[in-house]
Design a protein around this ligand. Structure first.
Ligand code: NAG
Ligand code: FE2
Length: 213
């Protein structure tokens, strides 16, 4: 029955030359509520790239520790979890831009080929130090966002209070906690390896697997 109806409808449409419009005309939405400054928008857009690059770097790190020749499942678990968190950070910034009405086009330039910043690590300590350096770089990028969004160079009086507060309270907070966690891990692992060499790394890996390091 349905098939017959569809065929009939198609015939009617073609016979009478009715044009089907699938695209609704765009609504004329007032634009004044979109208050973000272009400099600030650009900084936020590049932060999406930064977070995705961090995600890819941690994905590479996690995979490195899963190789049969390396075989450190605790390190792998830790770095793969970090990779997921970084992806979530990218998503949070995308959602923020959507909320402010500042993400209406150019998705392609926002989400494009991020690559890991490194793909080779020589030990657990080496990877943790590299992660701390990566996070330090990300923290500096977030500070740059705060500086620009608080006082855009072209329009210094435009303080984007909400964004600055959000980036400071949510992102910087997490950066500082994450950096402290990495520094603590480097310290403990360093001490364990000083006494026990490779066995120290092996034991530390076991603790990371249980989420106890
Ligand atoms: C951190 O930033 C410095 C300076 O820009 C750069 O040389 C280094 O490769 C970066 N490191 C990581 C792990 O992102
Ligand atoms: Fe992040």
């Amino acid at each position: 029955m349905k098939a017959v109806a569809v065929i009939l409808l198609t015939l009617v449409i073609s016979a009478f030359g009715i044009e089907l419009h699938c695209k609704l005309p765009e609504t004329d939405i007032p634009q004044r509520w979109r208050s973000m400054h272009s400099e600030c928008i650009n900084k936020m857009r590049s932060q999406v790239q930064e977070e995705l690059t961090a995600a890819m770097t941690y994905l590479a790190m996690g995979t490195h520790f899963l190789q049969d020749s390396v075989n450190r499942p605790g390190f792998a678990k830790f770095f793969l979890e970090s990779a997921s968190e970084e992806r979530e950070h990218a998503m949070k910034i995308i959602q923020y831009l959507l909320m402010r009405g500042e993400l209406t086009s150019e998705i392609g330039s926002l989400i494009r080929d991020p690559r890991p910043v490194e793909t080779q690590w020589f030990s657990g300590v080496d990877a943790l130090k590299s992660a701390l350096e990566l996070e330090t770089n990300v923290t500096n990028k977030i500070r740059d966002i705060v500086i620009i969004c608080e006082e855009p160079k072209i329009e210094p009086k435009f303080n984007d209070y909400h964004l600055v507060d959000w980036m400071t309270g949510e992102f910087l907070e997490e950066q500082y906690k994450g950096q402290r966690d990495l520094a603590g891990k480097i310290s403990t692992l360093g001490k364990m390896m000083k006494e026990h060499g490779e066995l120290g790394e092996f034991l530390f890996d076991k603790r990371m697997l249980k989420g106890e390091a």
